[in-house]
Design a protein around this ligand. Structure first.
Ligand SMILES: [Zn+2]
Length: 287
């Protein structure tokens, strides 16, 4: 009986023996089916890979767009920072003016040339940010220097006797006058301020109590040493409320007004001495 199918003859080069393989329709269908299966699986595997790669590509594209947007945002924020730095520099100038410092007031051992900032672009963003960081750190140092100067000036100003030691009326100014005691011309070394007995007497500047006690002319009196060779004297008191060596701040109550010593009535005799020479206290009293 004749079989349906193909006969495959295999002839190896180095052998005499010829091999016959008979491929029946069934076997052939099996082989074709297997081949089809292999190709299909290869096709679908590749299709899957392409699909995954496409997804990745889309994700990267989206990411790129997002990054571009973020870079734009960074550039605009950096520009804003630059503007703020300029405002800080303006503020620095105002502070210098207020502190009475020269505009070109130099930092102690700090500074150095400042690099001009290039126009901001995505590529120069790194450099721009770095420059801004340096500028900001320099700016902070400058503000600290100015703060130190202001504090120094504030300390110095707190030592100047500029307030009224007591609320009252001036009965005798600094300078030559006819003495109420001798009826002759004499130099009045201070300011007499009239107020009721017991009115609080205030330190006119910060300092250290260098004397408390009784003297013939001054009666019960206090001397405050403010440093800078500044001293103030408060005479004719009825009561002393501080002790020698104690520290006082401007405005602290140091005693009470009285009528002790050589005095014609209740008043405060107030002196301001610079380098042990009396000066007109009124010229320094602002409020
Ligand atoms: Zn006097």
């Amino acid at each position: 009986m004749k079989r349906k199918g193909f006969e495959v003859i295999l002839m190896p080069h180095n052998a005499n023996r010829i091999r016959n393989i008979t491929l029946t329709s069934f076997k052939l269908s099996g082989i074709l089916f297997s081949l089809l299966l292999a190709f299909s699986s290869l096709f679908f595997t590749n299709l899957g890979r392409i699909w995954v790669e496409n997804l990745e590509l889309q994700r990267l594209r989206n990411e790129k767009v997002e990054l571009k947007e973020r870079v734009k945002e960074f550039v605009s924020k950096t520009e804003e920072l630059e503007k703020q730095m300029i405002r800080l520099e303006e503020l620095e100038d105002s502070l210098k003016r207020l502190a009475g410092l020269p505009k070109d007031f130099k930092l102690m051992g700090k500074g150095g040339p400042e690099v001009a900032l290039p126009p901001i672009s995505a590529k120069s963003l790194d450099k721009t940010l770095d420059n801004l960081r340096k500028k900001a750190s320099l700016q902070i140092s400058r503000f600290y220097e100015i703060k130190k100067e202001i504090e120094k000036k504030g300390r110095y100003l707190s030592l100047i006797p500029c307030i009224w030691p007591v609320d009252g009326e001036i009965s005798s100014f600094f300078g030559p006058r006819i003495s109420p005691f001798t009826k002759r011309m004499a130099f009045h070394k201070g300011l007499d301020i009239v107020a009721p007995i017991g009115t609080p007497i205030k330190a006119t500047a910060s300092g250290k109590i260098s004397y408390t006690g009784w003297k013939e002319y001054y009666g019960l009196n206090i001397i405050i040493n403010h440093g800078n060779r500044y001293k103030t004297v408060y005479g004719h008191l009825s009561k002393i409320k501080v002790k020698k060596g104690g520290k006082v701040k401007r405005g602290d109550v140091i005693g009470l007004l009285g009528n002790t010593g050589r005095s014609t009535g209740p008043h405060l005799h107030y002196e301001f001495r610079v380098n042990n020479r009396c000066v007109d206290p009124l010229k320094w009293m602002s409020h």
